[in-house]
Design a protein around this ligand. Structure first.
Ligand SMILES: Cc1cc2nc3c(=O)[nH]c(=O)nc-3n(C[C@H](O)[C@H](O)[C@H](O)COP(=O)(O)OP(=O)(O)OC[C@H]3O[C@@H](n4cnc5c(N)ncnc54)[C@H](O)[C@@H]3O)c2cc1C
Length: 474
């Protein structure tokens, strides 16, 4: 291994991008300083994003399943919710994981500084420490991993405890009787599902014609159908015009061709309309780093900014704003810094919506593949023909393959159904390894599992599905 011991790098921000970068750098012998305002590494993902939301979604799924069990002759009493205990459990999950990262950081001898960093110049940071005091520190290279924060719509800004962003919603202060979720993206739907399971009457308002804009419609449909039953309403083609506080709640005004009820009062409102990169870093103008029109820091395939001493990774450099993208970019940036010939150019970055059912996709969607001008074949395996899905009483799922018609190469995989988030990993591997439909078809999958549906979709492509009759391809 090359000697990297003379190199000292700083990582600003200890989210999944920052701590993955810092830990790899330390493993490769580099001296590392990791700077973040929180007590331990974790960032948005662990403190107020992926992890607390998934802990609560687990509870939501359990409650929903307890309702469904009536169909199988098992009846549970309505759940008694001890909100303090639920909150404590969720916080315990966060503390356990962030504390674990703190330990890993110490074991690797990463210098963890609890504070906020600003630039003095391209190689020097001024760190305002959480415990008080400032320190100037010099580094050979700096990796920016400052992440993102909830986006705000100026017209919907309201200074009221009834207004929530994703962080406020995860704090779970109470269970409101009614909740309006502004924005039908994944964060709004996940958090809306949590509150609906806990007993809140949830309404989602989305200005576009469908929830989860950008996701494949075949995948969205089963989720939409289930959410329609869980939620009070899903208002599409509807713009949230204004929010005004009054004694009993917040009066929301709606506008749009499909609007039936022009205004309604809600106990709480969650605004979840996307995320903004944290690129307004103090003193960044003293460096050569360039920020693009949407606020993302501009980087090349090595994650290097226009300033040769500074790299940037994660949410602050662009979409998709996902934890696993941030971590992989972090590792690539470190390898580039130590001189390895690397580039961040994945064929597939999986995206998962952790609702019930889950939606997951990787590679090209059907629409993207068609837009790229390729000749494609779409193979769909409906879970109504999956033994495992039937045993779970969840036949609404579907596994979909987007296949290059000429080469038979897998270009994209989309899954909707329980556990889709775990199942998609096989699709990611297939795309990255340039697998052909025949590879998936010939790979023996365990029975009875939902993973079989990937193989079964490949069988559909060849017109030789054991579990479904489909006319053969021309
Ligand atoms: C409710 C919710 C649910 C989500 N669920 C998922 C999911 O299931 N799966 C998924 O992949 N993604 C999910 N995400 C997105 C995920 O959290 C982000 O993509 C991920 O955290 C980005 O990682 P990052 O390292 O770029 O930055 P972040 O995790 O945003 O961390 C950045 C850190 O930098 C710190 N920082 C900022 N400025 C400075 C400074 N000047 N000095 C020092 N420190 C600074 C911040 O305080 C923060 O701790 C979710 C997000 C939310 C809000």
């Amino acid at each position: 291994m090359a000697d990297n011991t003379n190199l000292h790098i700083a990582v600003v921000g200890a989210g999944p991008g920052g701590y993955a970068a810092a830990f790899l750098a330390a493993d490769l012998g580099v001296k590392v300083t990791l700077i973040d305002p929180e007590l331990n590494p974790g960032g948005v993902c662990l403190y107020r994003g992926c992890i607390p939301s998934k802990a609560l979604l687990h509870v939501a799924k359990l409650i929903e399943e307890s309702h469904q069990s009536k169909n199988w002759g098992i009846e549970f009493a309505d759940p008694k919710i001890d909100l303090n205990k639920l909150r404590t459990w969720k916080e315990g999950v966060v503390t356990r994981l962030t504390g674990g990262l703190g330990q890993l950081s110490k074991q690797r001898k990463v210098q963890y500084v609890q504070g906020k960093a600003a630039f003095e110049n391209s190689n020097m940071l001024r760190v305002t420490k959480a415990g008080g005091g400032e320190e100037k520190m010099t580094f050979d290279r700096i990796i920016l991993a400052t992440g993102s924060r909830p986006a705000l719509i100026p017209t919907l800004k309201l200074d009221s405890p009834r207004m929530l962003d994703s962080t406020g919603a995860l704090n779970l202060k109470d269970i409101p009787k009614t909740l309006l979720v502004v924005g039908g993206g994944y964060i709004g739907l996940e958090l809306g599902s949590v509150y609906a399971a806990l007993g809140t009457r949830v309404t989602v308002v989305e200005m576009l014609p469908g929830i989860l804009p950008g996701a494949d419609r075949d995948l969205v449909l089963p989720l939409h159908k289930r959410l329609e039953k869980m939620f009070d309403g899903i208002l599409l083609n509807t713009t949230e015009k204004s929010l005004k506080e009054e004694s009993g709640g917040i009066r929301a005004t709606f506008e749009g061709a499909d609007v039936k009820e022009k205004e309604k009062v809600f106990e709480k409102v969650l605004v979840s309309v996307g995320r903004k990169p944290n690129s307004e870093i103090d003193g960044l103008n003293k460096t050569k780093v360039k920020v693009g029109p949407k606020g993302f820091i501009q980087v090349n395939k090595q994650l290097q900014t226009d300033d040769p001493a500074i790299y940037a990774i994660g949410d602050v450099v662009g979409e998709p704003m996902l934890a696993h993208k941030a971590s992989h970019e972090g590792r690539t940036a470190v390898e580039a810094i130590i001189g390895r010939k690397v580039a961040f150019e994945p064929h597939a970055i999986p995206a998962v919506v952790f609702t019930d059912p889950e939606i997951a996709w990787a590679g090209l969607t059907e629409t993207q593949a068609k837009e790229s001008g390729r000749e494609i074949t779409v193979a769909k395996f409906p879970w109504g023909a999956s033994g495992r899905a039937i045993t779970l009483d969840r036949p609404e799922g579907m596994t979909k393959l987007i296949i290059d018609s000429k080469t038979e190469r897998i270009l994209g995989v989309g899954i909707v159904g329980v556990g889709a988030g775990d199942l998609i990993a096989e699709g990611v591997l297939a795309i990255e390894m340039a697998a052909l439909a025949g590879d998936l078809e010939l790979t023996i999958h365990p029975h009875p599992t939902l993973s079989e549906t990937v193989m079964q979709a490949a069988e559909v492509f060849f017109g030789t599905s054991t579990d479904m009759y489909r006319p053969k391809r021309a």
